[in-house]
Design a protein around this ligand. Structure first.
Ligand code: NDP
Length: 403
């Protein structure tokens, strides 16, 4: 029936595969491949213990298009779910085209030597996927992913137009380490050290990284400092919500995180250009990743909650004037760990990846070509968030953020 191949056995891949196994009516045959096969085997063991479902595992270097094509052909999945790193996106898209499989990911393609966070490389695959009669769904994680679905749900049910949009991503979790990142450290640090960009009056406005700071009182977490930064869904939201006057993305960071990051940046450890050490070329940020805790290892010790949502202001659908709505999910690290063996940052990404895959496999979302989350009906996805561990709430606020 619905055969799926997941590539990438990190925290996000682990959650997605566990949740797929918990929905056997949709995912009848699950395959997991990654660079280090022992990580796939460990996930398969945990899935078997928790759900009784058997998962097939494989070693693959997804940078190798020919080998990945061969693997996809030999398994014959309807869908390949790419939960490796953004560097592999184009190679896996090429392999899907060659082998005739649909494609889904949670992060846009990134060249290794530049932190860009732009969609144009993947949007350029539009004609190829269309010609092949296949669908590629981009950015089906939480942010990007659910944050765009939230905005489109508000646009469908509450607001005729969205004039102002703020996306607030708070991780109130404490992992007990002096410094660690909650998902892949290399991608996380590239994102945080890049200049901030927000959408205003038809263009992106750039400001220095971590230059704009505000405090916000997050339900379930309490007051936290959040920093304006660039995040890739701003690009697709600006494209598919042309009426947006302003769209901003905020993420919380504790003082200790900022302090460590500042020192690492000042000493050059976050550089992504190669340096020669003892005759060998190394990329400082990749070396740093090797000495930092693996995000997956933080699961057992992380306590607290994540709170991610959208605050949107615009003309109300019912003609009652301008209204502001806040739509969000709160996720508990310990509950996420108890269910899948992974903390909430992996959980809040892996569950939407599974739901996006379910949308494609059940035909609730279909099409030929490359799609962003904004282009598809938010309702069935929102329904599954409620039943699959990421329930959401919506409330009316007095007005937009005062800053
Ligand atoms: P991890 O680093 O924990 O896992 C990545 C996995 O991909 C590892 O198992 C790694 O293998 C594997 N991998 C890396 N390179 C290759 C390759 N060439 N071929 C095959 N497998 C490879 O990352 P996360 O699980 O935290 O994140 C996964 C993805 O999710 C990333 O793209 C990240 O950007 C995205 N993400 C999206 C979010 C969202 O809300 N949209 C939020 C958080 C993450 P190995 O074990 O050998 O290193």
């Amino acid at each position: 029936m619905s055969k799926v191949l997941v590539i990438g056995a990190g925290g996000v891949g682990s959650v997605a595969v566990h949740k797929m196994a918990m929905n056997p009516d949709i995912f009848s045959d699950i395959h997991l491949a990654s660079r280090t096969v022992s990580k796939c085997v460990a996930i398969a063991r945990s899935v078997k213990e928790r759900t009784g479902v058997t998962i097939a595992t494989y070693a693959i270097d997804a940078d190798d298009v020919a080998a990945t094509t061969k693997l996809i052909e030999s398994i014959g999945p309807k869908l390949v779910v790419n939960l490796a790193l953004p560097y592999q996106d184009l190679a896996i898209m090429d392999a899907c085209l060659a082998a005739g499989a649909n494609y889904l990911d949670t992060a846009n393609y990134e060249p290794r030597d530049q932190a860009k966070f732009e969609y144009h490389w993947q949007w350029a695959y539009q004609d190829k996927f269309k010609a092949a009669g296949l669908m590629a769904l981009l950015g089906s994680g939480f942010d990007p992913g659910v944050t765009s679905v939230f905005a489109m749900w508000l646009k469908k049910h509450k607001l005729k137009t969205i004039r102002l949009l703020d996306i607030l991503d708070c991780n109130g979790g404490d992992h007990g380490q002096a410094f660690a990142t909650n998902f892949n450290p290399e991608i996380n640090i590239r994102e945080v050290t890049a200049p901030a960009r927000h959408w205003e009056n038809g263009q992106f406005v750039e400001t220095p990284a971590m230059g704009v700071k505000q405090q916000f009182d997050f339900e379930g977490v309490g007051p936290k400092n959040m920093y304006m930064m660039y995040h890739e869904e701003l690009e697709s939201l600006a494209k598919f919500l042309p009426e947006l006057e302003r769209a901003r993305f905020w993420m919380t960071f504790g003082d200790a995180y900022i302090q460590h990051l500042t020192v690492l940046q000042n000493v050059g450890m976050t550089r992504i250009d190669p340096v020669t050490y003892n005759g060998v070329e190394i990329i400082p940020l990749q070396f740093l990743k090797a000495v930092l805790p693996e995000p997956a290892s933080l699961g057992p010790t992380t306590k607290g909650k994540t709170n991610i949502g959208d605050i949107a202001t615009g003309e109300a659908l019912d003609g009652s004037g301008e209204k502001t709505f806040y739509i969000k999910n709160i996720c508990d690290h310990e509950e996420a760990y108890a269910e899948t063996g992974n903390q909430a940052v992996s959980y809040t990404t892996g569950v939407p990846a599974m739901i996006g895959a379910a949308m494609l496999l059940t035909g609730k979302w279909s099409g030929e070509g490359v799609f962003n989350m904004e282009q598809l009906d938010p309702d069935p996805f929102m329904d599954m968030l409620n039943t699959q561990g990421l329930p959401w709430t919506v409330e009316e606020l007095d007005g937009p953020l005062s800053f």
